[in-house]
Design a protein around this ligand. Structure first.
Ligand SMILES: [Ca+2]
Length: 107
């Protein structure tokens, strides 16, 4: 059976999370430390970063996303962030009146 678009999106998202989670030499391969988290935001969510504006605010942002305060972003915490990211992209899509065939533009 061929994969649906949404299934492919889910796979891509999991791939991206794992790619960044394995970036540093630490033993944690299923969580993001602060550096990995920063890289992920900078490289994969540049329009989200614009919302944060002050780079120093990234530390506070990390603390906010790190719901259980263990100093790492696990998959569940990252997925909550992704849902906020999706809402942001959707808002932009609606604002730009891209219509059903438009794509969110972050610039
Ligand atoms: Ca955590």
């Amino acid at each position: 059976m061929s994969r649906t678009k949404l299934e492919q999106c889910a796979d891509d998202y999991i791939d991206i999370f794992q790619e960044f989670a394995r970036q540093s030499k630490d033993t944690e391969t299923d969580t993001l430390n602060k550096t990995e988290f920063k890289n992920l935001i900078e490289q994969q969510m540049p329009c989200f970063l614009k919302q944060v504006r002050d780079p120093k605010a990234l530390n506070q942002f990390f603390a906010k996303v790190d719901a259980n305060k263990d100093g790492k972003i696990d998959f569940v915490e990252c997925t909550k962030l992704l849902s906020e990211f999706l809402l942001l992209c959707h808002e932009k899509l609606v604002q730009h009146e891209g219509g059903p065939h438009g794509h969110p533009h972050c610039h």
